[in-house]
Design a protein around this ligand. Structure first.
Ligand code: FES
Length: 126
């Protein structure tokens, strides 16, 4: 049986479209993105290239471009797009009555497997 721990982090209308908000979960910085289409994704705010702040990148469609060296990350899968390699961890996110919540249950686990596994997960809000 899987247990979830949904943590409310604020209202969706406080995150501008094509923008991001950062929250801390333990030592992990999580960037919550709000796309122009109204979708919401949460990924670790650390570029797999050299650790750039993805939350400060340019959001286009369901992707974000890192502000440092332009690596493109798919917000749903966390994987680098195109010829680049790498991925970031995704965090489950949902929106209920305009309130954004993250499933922080897996955050510690995500960190534990980060060095040995492929990035996985689907953070798209329902
Ligand atoms: S740190 Fe993100 S592309 Fe280099």
């Amino acid at each position: 049986m899987t247990t979830t721990n949904w943590t409310s982090i604020g209202r969706l209308d406080e995150i501008p479209k094509q923008g991001a908000r950062i929250v801390l979960a333990g030592k992990m910085k999580i960037a919550i993105f709000h796309t122009v289409e109204g979708e919401v994704y949460a990924i670790e705010d650390r570029c797999p290239h050299l650790g750039g702040p993805l939350s400060q990148g340019i959001v286009h469609g369901g992707q974000v471009t890192c502000p440092l060296h332009n690596l493109v990350i798919d917000l749903k899968s966390g994987a680098a797009v195109g010829p680049d390699d790498g991925c970031v961890h995704t965090i489950p996110v949902r929106v209920d009555d305009g309130v954004v919540s993250l499933d922080t249950t897996g955050v510690a686990g995500v960190r534990a497997v980060a060095a040995t596994s492929q990035c996985a997960g689907d953070s798209k809000a329902a």
